[in-house]
Design a protein around this ligand. Sequence first.
Ligand code: F6R
Length: 260
Amino acid sequence: MTNQSHKTSVTNNLKLFSEAQQASLYVAHQIANLINEKEKQGKPAVLGLATGNTPKGVYQELIRLHQNEALSFKNVISFNLDEYYPILPDDQQSYTYFMRQFLFKHVDIKPEHTHIPHTDFSEEGIAQYCQEYEDKIESLGGLDLQLLGIGRNGHIGFNEPGSSFESKTRLVHLNSVTREDAKAAFGSMDKVPQKAISIGVDTISKAKKIILLALGKRKSDIMKLAIHGDVTTQVPASILQTLPQAEFVLDHGAAGEIKS
Ligand code: F6R
């Protein structure tokens, strides 16, 4: 794969918080505001959602807002970033299971409005499936807001280092850092899938608003590269430097190496 590298970065939208919880609340309220705004306009809120440890606090706050402050998800249409391949939706390591546990079963989102790449078929059907995933997002006018975490290798979604900035939804190979980080969830390295379906860097870049949330010291090295390093496919998150609609939200730990 080519190493596209260019340096034209726009000024970063960077928000630093001392605590992870404050950062999560900030992100949750951005999402809630968007949902309410869209509802007022009589339009659906099309959300790109992430899994992993990072967004758990965001989802917790969204659930609280639903239960205590009447935030409704009836007009939300969601698309998740990625899913392992192969995996069954009921497997506890699947992102389908994750989304059910950490958000969907606690709020009033319509099941038919939630989309997570399904991978319970042979590889031949995947290209067409991925195209349909892209088409569905496009037919709704694109993602209003994409929530991202970041891998220690700089991945966004499962767009691993080397992923083209023009990439779309597709079957990808997971790299060793990603698989190593997934080992705890799967129990051992040989149980971690080698592949996944991920929406592309281009798909993410077209979202009207993008929020990358990074929490904890283990993300500080990669955040320094993502924010201050070259814009390069070797650090897929670095593309966000060039996107005016992208915002980096960091807690104290993740911001450790960032120049203010
Ligand atoms: C998950 C995803 C990944 C994670 C990243 C960080 O849907 O797309 O890019 O956001 O691997 O994972 P955590 O939050 O567990 O550190």
